[in-house]
Design a protein around this ligand. Structure first.
Ligand code: SAJ
Length: 425
C-alpha cells in the first residue's frame, strides 16, 4: 500500500488527503496548526464544503487517514499549502510588480519539513498555485538539501489544483488535470498516481508551463469579470441594463461575457494575477488593469449606494451576504469587507445578515434585525437562501422599499410587485 503525506489540511489538502485515503492509500495529513488537526480528529473542523465532513469521517474511520503535525516517511508527498500574497509596505504600492508579492513561506516551510524524510524513489508534488519557475528554481533547491538529486533520486511535479470552492469533491474527481514534471519521468510518475483517482483526462507538460496554465485560468476569469464590471459602469452612463446586454451578447456562439459584481474576492482569482504581474510587470498590462478595475468595484458600489440614499436622512443599509461569493462561508478578500469599511468610515449605519458566515470583521445579525427599519437592501453575495426571501413578508419591516442587487440573484418582478425599487449593476 502506497504511503502519501499531504502537507496542509485546508480547502485543498483536506479533501485531497481524504480522497486518497478512500482510494486505498495510507495517508498522513499534516498541518502546522494543532487546533486544525484536533478539529479534524473530532469532526469539528470549520470548512463548509458539501460532502466534506462525511468524506473526512469515512476516511478516518477506514483507518487510512491519520492527521498530525509532523511528517513521516512516505512514497508520495503532496504540498497543498496556501500561497497568498504579501502587500509591500515600502511606499511603492503603485509600481507594477512591487505592490503585491507572492508569499512562498508556507511552501518553503512544508518543503523544509520533509527534507529529513525524503528517500530514493519518492515523488514530491506541489499543488499550491505558484509563480512560474517556483517548482524548478525555489522548490527543488530546498528539497535537494536532503542530499538526494531531483530527477535522478527523487521526482518532482507541479499538479495545480483546479477545484471550485463549493463543488470541490465533485470537481476533484471529474476535472481534467495538468501535470508538469521537472522531467518526463516525474510527470509520468505523477500521472500514474492521479489517474488512480481522477476521472478527467490528464495532460502532461513541464513544471513551469503547468504553473503558467494554472495562473492563466484564473487570470482569464479575472480579466473577463473586469470587462463585465466595466460594462456595468458604462451602462449606467447610457441608462441601460448591463445584465440584459450580457444575456443578449452571450446568445452569440463565441461570446461568453462574465457577470458583473461588487468585486472579485477569494484566495484564488483576486490573488493569482499578482504572481504573474510580479514576475513580468512591464509585460502584464491587461492583467494589471483587470486587477485594478475589479479592486475598484467596492468603491463604485459604495458611491452608488450613497447616491441612492442621498435624499434619506440617517439611512440604514441592510447588507445581505458578506462571503466572497454565494453559498460559501469564506470571507477572504471579500469585496463586502471593503464596502463595510467604507460605510463605517463614512458613518453610515448598516447591519449584516449572512446565513453562511459565522465569523466576520463586523457583527452578523438575524435577517429580521438586519432588515428592520432599513432604507436599502444591499445584496453582496448570491446565497441560495436570498432567493427564498419573500418580499411580501418583509415589506413592512423595512422603512424604504429599495433593493440594490449587485449579484443579480433575486426574482426582480416579484420584488417590484411588492413596491420595491430594484437597482442592478
Ligand atoms: N465573480 C464575478 N463574476 C463572475 C464570476 C465570478 O464577479 O462572472 C466573482 C465571485 O463573486 C468571486 C470571484 O469572482 O468573488 C471568484 O469566484 P469564482 O467562483 O469565479 O472562483 P473561485 O475563486 O471560487 O475559484 C477559482 C476557480 N477558477 C476558475 O474557475 C478558472 C477554481 O476552479 C480554482 O481551482 C480556484 O479559483 C483556485 O483555487 O485557484
Amino acid at each position: 500500500m502506497k504511503r502519501v503525506c499531504v502537507l496542509g489540511l485546508g480547502y485543498i489538502g483536506l479533501p485531497t488527503a481524504s480522497i486518497f485515503a478512500m482510494n486505498g492509500f495510507k495517508v498522513l495529513g499534516i498541518d502546522v496548526k494543532t487546533d486544525i488537526v484536533e478539529n479534524i480528529n473530532n469532526g469539528t473542523f470549520n470548512i463548509q464544503e458539501p460532502g466534506l465532513h462525511t468524506t473526512v469521517q469515512a476516511a478516518i474511520k477506514s483507518g487510512n487517514l491519520k492527521v498530525g503535525t509532523s511528517p513521516e516517511k512516505a512514497d508520495i508527498f503532496i504540498i497543498a499549502v496556501p500561497t497568498p500574497f504579501k502587500k509591500n509596505n515600502l511606499g511603492n504600492n503603485n509600481i507594477p510588480g512591487k505592490s503585491h508579492l507572492a508569499d512562498l513561506s508556507y511552501v518553503q516551510a512544508a518543503a523544509e519539513a520533509i527534507i529529513p524524510f525524503i528517500e530514493k524513489g519518492n515523488i514530491i508534488i506541489l499543488e499550491s498555485t505558484s509563480p512560474p519557475g517556483t517548482t524548478v528554481n525555489f522548490l527543488i533547491p530546498i528539497l535537494e538539501k536532503s542530499g538526494l538529486k531531483a530527477g535522478l533520486e527523487f521526482f518532482v511535479a507541479h499538479c495545480p489544483e483546479r477545484v471550485l470552492p463549493g463543488n470541490i469533491l465533485k470537481e476533484f474527481l471529474e476535472n481534467d488535470r495538468i501535470i508538469g514534471g521537472i522531467d518526463y519521468k516525474s510527470a509520468e510518475i505523477a500521472k500514474n498516481l492521479y489517474e488512480k483517482i481522477v476521472e478527467g483526462d490528464i495532460y502532461l507538460t513541464d513544471a513551469t508551463t503547468a504553473e503558467m496554465v494554472k495562473l492563466m485560468e484564473n487570470i482569464y476569469r479575472d480579466v473577463n469579470i473586469a470587462l463585465s464590471n466595466e460594462l456595468a459602469i458604462i451602462s449606467e452612463k447610457f441608462n441601460i441594463n448591463a445584465v440584459e446586454v450580457i444575456q443578449l451578447a452571450n446568445k452569440h456562439p463565441r461570446v461568453n461575457l462574465h457577470q458583473p459584481g461588487p468585486g472579485v474576492g477569494g484566495h484564488c482569482i483576486s490573488v493569482d494575477p499578482w504572481f504573474l504581474i510580479e514576475k513580468a510587470p512591464e509585460l502584464s498590462k491587461l492583467m494589471l488593469l483587470g486587477r485594478q478595475i475589479n479592486d475598484d468595484m467596492p468603491g463604485y458600489i459604495f458611491d452608488k449606494t450613497k447616491k441612492l440614499l442621498k435624499d434619506i436622512a440617517e439611512p440604514k443599509i441592510a447588507i445581505l451576504g458578506v462571503s466572497y461569493k454565494g453559498n460559501v462561508d469564506d470571507t477572504r478578500e471579500s469585496p463586502a469587507l471593503k464596502i463595510c469599511e467604507k460605510f463605517r468610515e463614512a458613518n453610515i449605519d448598516f447591519s449584516i445578515f449572512d446565513p453562511h458566515v459565522k465569523k466576520f470583521h463586523f457583527d452578523i445579525n438575524s435577517l429580521n434585525d438586519t432588515l428592520e427599519q432599513s432604507d436599502l437592501i444591499l445584496i453582496l453575495a448570491d446565497h441560495k437562501e436570498f432567493k427564498n426571501i419573500n418580499p411580501d413578508k418583509i415589506k413592512n419591516l423595512v422603512k424604504t422599499r429599495m433593493v440594490f442587487d449587485t449579484k443579480n440573484c433575486l426574482e426582480h418582478h416579484i420584488w417590484k410587485n411588492e413596491g420595491f425599487t430594484v437597482i442592478l449593476l
